[in-house]
Design a protein around this ligand. Structure first.
Ligand code: UD1
Length: 339
């Protein structure tokens, strides 16, 4: 296939491009090389420098293309409210400009990088009330070190579990809201054009080529940068926040599988390693791998953070025959070999 890969010069994009080329596809990359991400110009095969919000640049990049993999986005939690319009512009408007052009070019297949953040808090069960959906955590609770959400009905402690794609979406920050908006736009495009859209809800991605020195990076990148500078990783809350860390090469095989799968309309897939880890675990494993100091648990918190979010990737395994090659241990070994 001839693929347009947006955001192909980024951390995940580079690995996706390598996988698609290895699978025999022809890949054109459209990337704006945002200065807050790309401090130096990367060398990327088939790179067209352009912004997805620029209809003319998008139009040119789509010539001869039959499939679009859309990774270009402003990522991360954001520093403060000043980031809000940039998220909406880059992620929501950018996706809309792109989808509109897909319609003009009669392109029928669209793979979209979504995120686990669309769910907000993960799956919780109360012994008395079954599955419940706690709202955003209260500042008073966080200040008091009460990090785990409680049952919204009886305030009892909850058991955290895995979300499936059928779970209610409940974005809790601007980035999350724009990622979900992108899914909705992709579903609308699919319905209106008869095209096929796939939303891949990525878990926390790490691996070779992770970004450095940016406040928009995920926790694995931040801890790695600190350890490389001889500093101690700072674990927020009590370190028991649950996440699933997935190696970027496994993300690339998921994208490649989604790109050639049959389907119609819009389908969402969770993409995780299948192993629940805590942020404390991650800090400890990384510190061990880098021979660095023991992590410090600070008790600090960030308002936009959710407590536990871990997903089941069974649908992706069952329907697309995908499975990850790395667990956290082997993935971190790989990271050490090729930083
Ligand atoms: C991350 C990504 C998000 C992606 C999602 C997929 C970032 C910033 N976030 O969200 O883009 O869509 O995974 O699941 O890339 N923490 C520390 N110390 C630090 C920094 C963070 O303990 O120095 C903690 C946070 O408080 C949080 C956890 O680590 O509890 C994860 O943080 P982070 O990786 O920033 O965000 P996610 O919500 O997991």
């Amino acid at each position: 296939m001839k693929v347009l890969l947006t955001g192909g010069a980024g951390f995940i994009g580079r690995h996706v491009q390598a996988q698609l080329l290895a699978d025999g596809h022809e890949v054109r990359v459209l990337d704006s090389l945002r200065p807050d991400v790309h401090h130096v110009r990367p060398s990327v095969e088939g790179l067209v420098v352009g912004d997805i919000r620029d209809a003319e640049a998008v139009d040119q990049a789509l010539h001869g293309v039959d499939t679009v993999v859309h990774l270009a986005a402003k990522v991360g939690l954001g520093v403060d409210l000043d980031d809000m319009d940039d998220y909406v512009s880059t992620n929501s408007l950018g996706t809309a400009v792109l989808l509109r052009a897909l319609g003009r070019h009669r392109i029928e297949r669209f793979v979209y990088a979504s995120s686990m953040v669309v769910y907000g808090e993960g799956h919780y069960e109360c012994d008395r009330h079954g599955v419940v959906a706690p709202g955003p955590r209260r500042v008073e609770d966080l200040e008091a070190g009460q990090f785990d959400p409680r049952c919204p009905i009886c305030a009892a402690p909850l058991r955290a579990g895995l979300v499936t794609e059928a779970a209610r979406t409940d974005p809790r920050n601007t980035y999350a809201a724009t990622k979900l908006h992108g899914e909705h736009l992709a579903a609308t495009w699919a319905r209106e054009t008869g095209g096929q859209a796939t939303g891949l809800r990525f878990h926390n991605v790490y691996g070779p080529g992770m970004p450095r020195n940016t406040p928009y990076a995920g926790v694995a990148a931040i801890f790695r940068s600190m350890l490389e500078q001889g500093e101690t990783p700072k674990v927020f809350e009590d370190g028991a926040q649950r996440r699933d860390f997935i190696h970027v090469a496994d993300i690339a095989t998921a994208v490649a599988a989604a790109m050639v799968a049959d389907g119609k309309d819009f389908t969402a897939y969770n993409v995780g390693s299948g192993t629940v880890r805590t942020i404390g675990d991650l800090a400890t494993e990384l510190a061990r791998a880098y021979g660095g100091p023991e992590p410090i648990v600070t008790g600090a918190y960030r308002l936009g953070d959710v407590r536990h979010i871990t997903a089941s990737s069974e649908r992706l395994r069952d329907e697309l025959g995908w499975k990850p090659d790395y667990d956290l241990r082997s993935g971190l070994e790989d990271l050490l070999k090729q930083p």
